[in-house]
Ligand binder design. Structure first.
Ligand code: ADP
Ligand code: GLC
Length: 476
């Protein structure tokens, strides 16, 4: 078995703000069948500490960025965990990233530098009796690992992989913090981890990791462009040879319409009717002629939902309906609350796992009009539940949906609708196409059947990660 330590700031079902958690939580069991034993290193947030059963200290650090810390080995929800117990950094109520003022915790750079430091120590042999062969880092919160390994003189011995789930988040810090972050000032250069006058944790990882991956092949290509690289496209082009795109899967147990405890289970799309009626009742929506569209999303610029607000007439004028579950930007929350003034629009502001299942089971279509989307998971849930995805042609949305073009309909392979460019006009046109397809029962049933048959699990991607680790270790 190849021993791998996965390092991340979130992991479902313990602590989650988005898809990163789903992926980090799903990888260990997906990889178990591939000859990979994966442990997960997480910050000791209150929710994580509480979920761990019996835990054993395996590493101590008397002063980790301002206080004593230790690593505890334990298990929860079938995950083999190492948890960084550092109360001065992680024992805080509320959001894992934001303080009570809604802004990033001021010491976020140090909090996640500490996570990366400890991962590097484990990689450098810090835990008796267990030595990972690969450190698999996720996003900026774990991106300083290669830098610290280098500083510890251990980078030759161990493989490092950095997965980019979203290049919009860089982990920037003021250079005055170089010392407090235990970073080598000589590497604070344009060729190093300096980014427009700040320290960039992500850039350090992009330059230092042996291999880079991202969560879809299309996003891998987009990352090298000015339009999607968020200022790091030059670095991505530089590291092109080390970069690959491996599509996310979904947790096929948690998201299985035949066994889902949150819904009235079903094996074929006919079983959606009971769930749709229940969802309409729950959301206070009347009967209607057109499709019931759902959205389950963070409300941020990335997700393009401001465009949906403006494209809504295209749907509502044709008898369609919208039910949205989301939270995030205050302005978007307010705008959706006021859109719910229309009897055919229902909005729930908040985060609700069980309701997300009821919405995906009860909806006819799921809308994902993102401006960029590294992979996206809700369109995959939609496919599995026979809830037709209507998505922007970008990132993982481009890779996971087969557009209902004339050719794909004739070949009977279409699974959803894609639109491009990401504008109000193109989204409106997609909603009009949706209503037309929905009005044709034979076409609609075919889409649902195709969608439910599409492979959205981890099989192929788990094999791709396992092959990547092997290839990396063979090159060491
Ligand atoms: P991102 O990670 O960019 O937010 P993804 O589509 O990859 O986008 O993952 C989002 C995850 O978070 C999915 O599992 C989705 O169901 C979940 N999610 C998002 N918003 C909510 C919400 N308001 N309530 C429940 N689950 C949500
Ligand atoms: C990020 C991306 C999303 C992706 C998720 C998991 O949050 O925004 O597209 O599915 O990570 O990789």
């Amino acid at each position: 078995m190849t021993q791998v330590l996965s390092i991340a700031s979130e992991c479902a079902p313990l602590v989650k703000t988005g898809g990163l958690a789903d992926v980090v939580g799903a990888l260990p069991s997906a990889l178990a069948g591939q000859g990979v034993a994966m442990r997960v290193l997480l910050p000791g947030y209150p929710a994580v500490m509480a979920a761990m059963g019996k835990a054993k200290p395996v590493l101590e650090e008397p002063d980790l960025f301002g206080g004593p810390a230790r690593v505890l080995a334990g298990a929860a929800h079938g995950l083999d965990l190492l948890v960084l117990d550092a109360p001065h950094l992680f024992d805080r109520a509320g959001s894992i990233y934001l303080g009570p003022d809604g802004k990033d915790w001021p010491d976020n750079p140090e909090r996640f530098a500490a996570l990366s430091w400890i991962a590097a120590r484990i990689g450098a042999g810090g835990v008796d009796g267990w030595a990972p062969a690969v450190l698999h880092c996720h996003d900026w919160q774990a991106a300083l690992v290669p830098e610290y390994l280098h500083a510890m003189g251990a980078s030759g011995r161990i493989g490092t992989v950095l997965t980019i789930h979203n290049i919009a988040f860089h982990g920037l810090a003021d250079p005055a913090r170089l010392k407090s972050l235990r970073l080598n000032p000589h590497r604070y250069t344009r060729e190093g981890f300096e980014f427009w006058g700040r320290i960039s944790a992500l850039k350090a990882g992009l330059l230092g990791a042996d291999r880079l991956t991202t969560v879809s092949p299309t996003y891998a290509a987009e990352l090298m462009t000015d339009a999607f690289g968020m200022g790091l496209d030059g670095v991505m082009r530089l590291r092109q040879g080390a970069l690959s795109g491996i599509l996310n899967g979904i947790d096929a147990q948690a998201w299985n319409p035949a066994t889902d405890p949150a819904i009235t289970p079903y094996k074929t799309a006919r079983g959606k009717a009971a769930n749709k009626a229940a969802l309409r009742a729950e959301m206070g929506l009347p009967e209607a002629e057109g499709p019931l569209c759902v959205v389950v999303s963070r409300l941020t610029e990335q997700k393009g939902l401001d465009l949906l607000l403006r494209a809504l007439p295209a749907l509502l004028d044709r008898g369609g309906q919208l039910a949205l579950l989301g939270s995030g930007d205050a302005a978007l929350e307010t705008a959706f609350r006021s859109a719910a003034g229309n009897a055919n629009v229902a909005v729930r502001i908040g985060y609700d796992e069980a309701l997300s299942h009821r919405m995906i089971a009860g909806g006819d279509a799921i809308l994902v009009p993102s401006r960029f989307e590294p992979c996206g998971l809700t369109q995959l849930y939609g496919l599995r539940y026979g809830t037709i995805p209507v998505v922007a042609l970008t990132g993982g949305l481009a890779d996971t949906v087969i557009n209902a073009s004339h050719a794909a309909m004739s070949a009977r392979v279409a699974t959803g609708i894609q639109f491009s460019p990401v504008t109000v006009e193109a989204l409106s046109a997609a909603l009009i196409r949706l209503c037309a397809l929905y009005a044709n029962p034979a076409d609609w049933a075919m889409l649902q059947r195709n969608a439910m048959r599409q492979e959205v699990g981890w099989g192929a991607s788990a094999a791709a990660y396992a092959a990547l680790y092997q290839d990396l270790l063979a090159s060491k």
